[in-house]
Ligand binder design. Structure first.
Ligand code: 13P
Ligand code: SF4
Length: 335
């Protein structure tokens, strides 16, 4: 019989995960819970994961919350149900722990939009600037970054920098423009964007608002400025979720990845959440990278502890400084 672990390197290279036949009669939830206990593993999941993954996670959160949890966990294995840059961040924060990800090819269009070698050249043109990077970047990009940020703490991070200090902001141009407006800081912006958040149609949203005149438009700052200008509230995934919980409104048009609606509906079952419509004919707005993870892949990944996120020591050593700085500023700001 072929040993699965012998096949693993080719399979991971080809598919990004171990492509095994999982017994369809298995109760995956039960099996995953057993593996969690046996291996002292913790499952961290982003709000954009499938509902069944969110429901089995030990912690569900936004990019900031997930980093804080990865830094503080005492588990031996961190199972990251999210995308690659998030699992890399967890590895940098907990380098002695094993970090596994259900699908290594769960990438991010923002991280892809800013390759470290290109950014290194770009940075040379601005020698007196410091670099603030959205956490949606590769580990190598973090070695070229002074301070990371997420959409929860971006304003506080920018405001913590002396006013006369010029800044390069990478890689999300939409979040960058939003921050320029919000903080009044004139930053040099890298031109990257999220494929999910740049697809919303202002025209279709306007039509939806005619049909639902009481609905509030809530948007993630990765959306384009013409969407943000019309939003009643702008915030990170956690910010959006909390807003829907405390708002007296009962209808919301949600301009971010549709996965977050699962937690919104759980928290406010009497309220209605309508995914903002994209430009294309598809009725959904799901991140194809986030949705590469499935319950089956999560089970296989926990069973074989593969694929594992491995980073060179120098990348961990240099890259973690920008994440630590972000966590320090966030803690001082009470975030
Ligand atoms: P937050 O969850 O930090 O708001 O970020 C959204 C996102 O696009 C993650 O990839
Ligand atoms: Fe990246 Fe956008 Fe997907 Fe978030 S939603 S992981 S920013 S591609």
């Amino acid at each position: 019989m072929t040993n699965i672990l012998e096949l693993a390197p080719q399979q991971l290279e080809k598919f990004g995960y171990l492509d095994l036949d999982v017994d369809p009669t298995l109760d995956l939830v039960e099996e995953i819970n057993k593996l969690k206990k046996e291996k002292n593993a913790i499952i961290l999941a982003h709000y954009y994961q499938e509902p069944d993954i969110q429901d089995i996670a030990d912690y569900i959160g936004d990019s900031l919350g997930l980093s804080q949890e990865a830094a503080r966990t005492e588990a031996d294995i961190i199972v990251f149900a999210g995308v690659h840059f998030m699992a890399e961040t967890a590895k940098m924060l907990s380098p002695h722990k094993k970090v596994i990800l259900p699908d290594l090819k769960a990438g991010c269009s923002l991280a892809d939009a800013c390759p470290a070698p290109l950014f290194k050249e770009f940075k040379k043109k601005y020698p007196d600037h410091i670099v603030v990077s959205y956490v949606n970047t590769t580990a190598e990009m973090k070695t070229l970054t002074d301070i990371c940020c997420t959409s929860t703490n971006a304003v506080q991070i920018i405001e913590s920098i002396p006013k006369d200090q010029p800044i390069i902001f990478a890689p999300d141009i939409n979040l960058g423009r939003y921050l320029v407006k919000k903080t009044g800081r004139d930053m040099v912006l890298w031109n990257g964007a999220c494929m999910v958040h740049e697809i919303f149609s202002a025209e279709k949203i306007a039509k939806l608002q005619i049909r639902h005149p009481k609905a509030l438009l809530i948007a993630h700052p990765e959306c384009e400025s013409h969407i943000l200008e019309k939003a009643h509230y702008i915030g990170s995934t956690t910010g959006l979720l909390k807003f829907t919980m405390r708002s007296e409104a009962t209808e919301f048009i949600v301009a971010t990845e549709a996965g977050i609606i699962h937690q919104m509906e759980k928290a406010s079952p009497h309220k209605t959440f309508i995914p903002a419509p994209p430009e294309n004919t598809c009725a959904c707005n799901e991140c194809p990278h986030m949705k590469r993870n499935t319950l089956e892949k999560l089970y296989v990944c926990m069973k074989y502890e593969l694929p594992e996120v491995i980073l060179p020591d120098w990348v961990i050593r240099e890259g973690v400084k920008s994440i630590d700085r972000m966590l320090e500023i966030s803690a001082a700001a009470g975030l």
